[in-house]
Design a protein around this ligand. Sequence first.
Ligand code: 3PG
Length: 208
Amino acid sequence: MTSSRSILDRAPVIPVVVVENIDDAVPVARALVAGGIPVIELTLRTSCALGAIEAIASEVPEICVGAGTIVRQEQAALAARAGAEFLVSPGSTESLLKAMGDTGLPHLPGAATASEILFLLERGYKELKFFPAEASGGVKFLGAIHSPIPAARFCPTGGVSMSNVGEYLALPNVGCVGGSWLTPSEVVKLKDWQRITGLAREAAALAR
Ligand code: 3PG
């Protein structure tokens, strides 16, 4: 297993991006970098996601590009081949962990219960995605889990936004959060890259 510590420490927010049009990938990545966010997670939910990772990896080397929504074993190797530098899964199975581990890339496996967290700690993971964060108890859950399971550190994702991000980042067991609010689909459709830079700047200034 490769350590994923550096992923949680790159920025207060990992932008979770669903790219519908491959031509938007590079401008979105550049807009995030301009706003001070040097990391991007492309979800493998659209047909152009792997191509988007490839384009960003070759044209925006200053950003750390990752692949999210790894839900099938084969996606891990495909994402690695496209140039992903880290992998994120919404949940954890033995075979997904093996496939992500086999790439040699840092990866954040998903967990949403005490049992899932313990399962991953037993396998040597200390840094996890907490997903879906708001639907799974949010700040209250993470606050409550810290005392019995202090070894786990999280990237909560799912329902996190500017209105609650401060509460998450104030928790001792949160390294960063993930969220799609930095790259709203309507803003991407309008190709309003300055707006994305503005949202990224706001996120980059968050205290951890
Ligand atoms: C994810 O893919 O990790 C989440 O769906 C992002 O959740 P959000 O859209 O609520 O930020």
